[in-house]
Design a protein. Structure first.
Lengths: 314, 227
């Protein structure tokens, strides 16, 4: 706990604690030692998001580490949400890395299981999975609140962390999904970002279950949005990305416009409409915009959705 | 062979807590040979459970039986009538046998009375040593018949680490006994075979997707399938 009563005192935590509608973005680090990529992405998003997720070898493809890229975005004036997966590290490494990240000024962490190695570019790798995401959340919470390592040993200075988790309202078994979120809250999660939402009615149904359990009062829920660049992206997500539910009418809508700039404009328009609709859902505290390799679309979407200027909470 | 050890009695009691008709089901294959879960051990556990119930003043029926192999469904038909009568089946088979029972008789409650621990070799009477990790990509043709995946504490592929001393690993068993350094053994045996040049070879990273890291595995022998 910080002196002013925050868990970590990150910008994201302050915005959410003040009851403001939060906006987070996402940056994928590059597949090389090119330091300019993340710098450019950070500059693009500066002022348009409250914090930005830095993915951790997403889809099990090797990239610049989320810690290094997280430090880089913060050097460029955007707060980082460092993603941490259980796939590549055991409990020693996950604790060492969060201490390191904390020392370097990172305050937000998103705890994930991680996509399986078979999806990525090193399918022969041994999966670590020493802990699962729920155990990871608990481990970080105990480090922060109890000043204890997972083994029970104490540390003199705890890392100040705002702990996040992810949830996919569209995965099965559907009736377990809200309960899984409840487990993550019990483990210690402070905020949650959802998988990208295209099926809004199903998301609303899930939120009903979340509210019935009172979970929206215990965790800050950020609804996931992915702007579609074209019908190809919509079809790809519908058919090839596990856990994403793209209704046919969205594919049809994207197919009804010409490829290129008209499709991109339609994709941004759709994203704005969805943000506005999701913002009205009781219990939604913000949006998480995952513009995969299309970060330049984010400023326009945020502006058109009426979410500017981003709040400055002292 | 697959080896297993009986769970602590208190843990077994917790697993069957609240049930009044218990069937202890042994398996007469691997777990019988490692003296953990054959018919004799099933009978002993059943007696222990009855004595405990009596001491606690509870009325609990405990039966015992054993299948020739719990991992094969055709052998389970022979014990189906006894399973039917029980509230809970306490299986003493390895993890494969327990799951086979649980699937065959679903949704019957089937719980484990043992911890399955390894693919081991009997070294002497009542002593077993781990010999195989079922990694799906056997390398012992180049390592003198000694598995570095499970016999080296770090699963190294290119010779011993810096912790090898006097032929012993830097790690000790949970009972604090010395463990042989697998790579020391490999070196000595390769020398005896006149094949120590194999130790010069840099072996590339292993393909762990063939192990459990790749997800649950399935083996199909097309040529052996019934036509």
């Amino acid at each position: 706990m910080t002196d002013d009563g925050y868990k970590a005192g990150s910008n994201l935590e302050k915005v959410l604690a003040a009851g403001k509608f939060a906006v987070t973005g996402e940056c994928g680090p590059p597949k090389s030692a090119d330091g300019s990529v993340i710098e450019k992405k950070a500059q693009m998003l500066k002022g348009y998001v409250d914090a930005v997720n830095i993915t951790d070898n997403q889809t099990a493809v090797v990239r610049v580490s989320s810690m290094a890229s997280g430090v880089q975005v913060q050097q460029n004036g955007v707060e980082a949400i460092m993603q941490m997966t259980c796939r590549d590290r055991n409990r020693l490494a996950m604790q060492a890395d969060i201490l390191g990240a904390s020392v370097l000024g990172i305050k937000n962490v998103l705890c994930l299981t991680g996509d399986h190695m078979s999806f990525g570019n090193h399918p022969e790798a041994k999966g670590v999975h020493d802990l699962d995401a729920i155990n990871l959340i608990k481990m970080y919470k105990d480090m922060r609140d109890e000043k204890k390592f997972q083994c029970g040993e104490e540390m003199p200075v705890a890392p100040a962390l705002y702990i996040g988790c992810a949830e996919n309202p569209f995965a099965d078994p559907f009736e377990f999904r809200a309960l899984r979120l409840q487990k993550k809250i019990a483990a210690g999660a402070d905020f949650m970002q959802t998988q990208c939402i295209f099926n809004v009615p199903k998301f609303k149904e899930w939120m009903k279950e979340v509210r019935a359990l009172g979970l929206h009062q215990e965790i800050k829920i950020l609804a996931g949005i992915t702007p579609l660049k074209g019908v190809g992206a919509a079809k790809y997500m519908k058919n090839f990305v596990p856990g994403i539910d793209v209704p046919q009418e969205i594919v049809d809508r994207m197919a009804s416009v010409e490829k290129g700039p008209p499709a991109q404009a339609e994709g941004k328009k759709l994203a704005v409409e969805m943000i506005k609709e999701l913002a009205e859902v009781e219990g939604v505290a913000g949006v998480h915009i995952m513009a995969v390799e299309w970060e330049e679309a984010v400023p326009e979407i945020v502006e058109t959705a009426g979410l500017l200027p981003r709040p400055a909470v002292a | 062979m697959i080896t297993a050890e009986r769970k602590p009695f208190d843990e077994i009691l917790e697993l069957v807590d609240g049930h009044n008709k218990i069937l202890v089901a042994g398996c007469d294959t691997c777990v019988a040979i490692c003296l953990t879960g054959g018919e004799k051990e099933a009978e002993i556990l059943a007696s222990e459970l009855r004595m405990k119930a009596q001491a606690d003043g509870r009325e609990v029926e405990v039966e015992h039986t054993a299948a020739i192999r719990q991992c094969e469904w055709e052998y389970l038909d022979m014990i189906a009538a006894k399973v039917d009568e029980a509230d809970v089946v306490l299986s003493m088979a390895c993890g494969i046998g327990i799951q086979s029972m649980a699937e065959k008789f679903a949704p019957k409650l089937v719980v484990p009375a043992v911890n399955t621990n390894m693919l081991g070799m009997p070294q002497e009477h009542a002593v077993w040593l781990e010999r195989c990790g079922a990694c799906g990509e056997c390398v012992i043709g180049e390592t003198a018949g000694i598995c570095p995946v499970v016999r080296c504490s770090k699963s190294l592929m290119n010779g011993p680490c810096g912790g090898s001393h006097d032929g012993k690993c830097e790690v000790t068993t949970p009972e604090k006994e010395d463990i042989d350094c697998a790579w020391h053994l490999i070196w000595e045996r390769l020398k005896a075979q006149g094949r120590e040049e194999l130790m010069h070879k840099i072996r590339p990273p292993k393909d762990w997707s063939k192990s459990s890291s790749g997800g649950p595995r399935k083996m199909v022998k097309e040529e052996a399938k019934p036509v």
